[in-house]
Design a protein around this ligand. Structure first.
Ligand code: CMC
Length: 373
């Protein structure tokens, strides 16, 4: 048997044509397009189409795709009732995970296992997940849900449903770019989870539900919310140095820093750093950006660690007026695109994913009857 690697670090578990990462060159590439070719040029919908189909859509294809998403945005009434009935203090990631699982109960295609049906399910999830997140966001604050205006596009429509008013152009563009930056990331923990579930020939809803469960953890997507909690706990820029020193002294992990693959920095953080600054300046509230910059500088000096995608997305989303508890659900909203691209690819050439464990437990035990133990 091959050698054990803790956390499967650097183990190549499968072949994929979707996403390429060069951790030394700080490179992230979707289907052959470096993210610098997409951010600020393509919309999130175009990038999703690219991830699912391997090529960017022509104008008519994009129109059809957007129409399909618009037609799928409405939630089953029973699901809206479930969202209304959920405890207000329930974690939004737990609500989302449960809601996505429940969505499968209402989809006539749930157990139809062909490529077309799976594509339809992927589109339904992409259209409905942002609605679930926005509805839950409003309901937990005691506000009525705002029905979607899908013609705004996924990014602007989400901000519209959350705030009850259409976003300005800059906010919509920044949010759209943030969705692009979170869309896929090779075999991260949640995508691997989705592929493992898919490899058993289970269904798309099961795979995405499981992926949401994996994304929720603070070592993965849950870090963005924790970053904002950290910034709020520090409170002021002149407290960053003493706060960090004490946290490192206590051997705490600083959320939003470090990465399993990127060892010279996360290219996504470069864009999000800029967005955080731009939105802070526009709102006249640069404090969170400045605190983040100081933390970044100190973490490099003290630990040689760089910020990852979750670090500046925190202050970016905060400046977009998004509640902290929705940061990770937003990550899920974007990553539905990558998860489903990987689910489709897994099914195109499926083999059950079933690794081995190195047994290190006791051997040659002899049975002792219960009354003699
Ligand atoms: N704060 C303090 N020390 C850290 C951090 C951190 N954020 N990240 C890594 N280290 C240290 C770690 O203590 C270890 O030191 P030592 O060798 O002295 O014990 C060394 O760096 C290597 O860490 P590791 O845990 O072996 O690295 P890993 O590849 O297993 O973990 C990671 C990667 C992302 C889980 C980790 O860097 C971490 O916990 N970061 C904070 C959580 C976070 O920001 N997660 C988001 C990840 S990126 C986007 C996403 O997936 O959602």
């Amino acid at each position: 048997m091959s050698t054990f690697k803790a956390g499967l670090e650097d183990i190549v578990a499968l072949r994929s044509e979707i996403c390429f990462i060069d951790g030394q060159k700080r490179q992230l590439v979707y289907r052959g397009y470096d993210i610098s070719e997409l951010v600020g040029k393509a919309t999130f919908e175009e990038v999703v189409y690219l991830l699912w189909n391997g090529q960017l859509p022509a104008a008519a294809e994009l129109e059809r795709f957007k129409e399909q998403l618009a037609a799928e945005a409405a939630l089953p009434e029973q699901l809206v009732d479930f969202l209304k009935a959920s405890p207000k203090d329930a974690e939004p990631m737990a609500v989302l995970r449960t809601a996505v699982s429940a969505l499968g109960l209402f989809d006539p295609d749930t157990s139809v296992q062909d490529r077309e049906a799976n594509r339809r399910k992927a589109a339904r999830l992409l259209a409905k997940v942002p609605v679930i997140v926005a509805y839950n966001g409003r309901l937990r604050e005691g506000k009525d849900p705002v029905p979607p205006k899908p013609e705004l596009g996924l990014a602007a429509n989400f901000l519209y449903m959350l705030h009850g008013r259409e976003p300005g152009r800059m906010d919509a563009e920044v949010f759209d770019a943030a969705l692009i930056l979170h869309a896929d990331h090779e075999l991260n923990a949640s995508t691997f989870t989705a592929r493992v579930v898919t490899s058993t020939l289970s269904d798309v809803y099961s795979a995405v539900t499981a992926a949401i469960g994996a994304l929720k953890g603070p070592l993965h997507g849950g870090a963005n919310e924790q970053v904002m909690r950290t910034l709020l706990a520090i409170g002021e820029a002149d407290r960053v140095d003493e706060w960090l020193e004490a946290a490192l002294e206590r051997k705490e992990r600083i959320m939003g820093f470090g990465h399993r693959v990127y060892k010279t920095g996360d290219p996504r953080a470069d864009y999000l750093r800029r967005f955080s600054q731009q939105l802070g300046e526009k709102r006249g509230e640069t404090k969170w950006y400045e605190m983040s910059r100081r933390l970044e500088q100190l973490m490099y000096e003290k630990k040689g660690l760089y910020p990852n995608v979750d670090f500046y997305s925190a202050s970016t989303y905060y400046m977009l007026g998004i509640p902290m508890e929705l940061f990770t659900p937003i990550f899920a909203f974007s990553r539905v695109s990558g998860w489903t691209a990987h689910i489709l690819e897994q099914l195109d050439d499926n083999r059950l994913i079933r690794p081995r464990a190195e047994y290190v437990g006791p051997r040659d035990q002899t049975f002792v009857p219960v009354d003699q133990r």
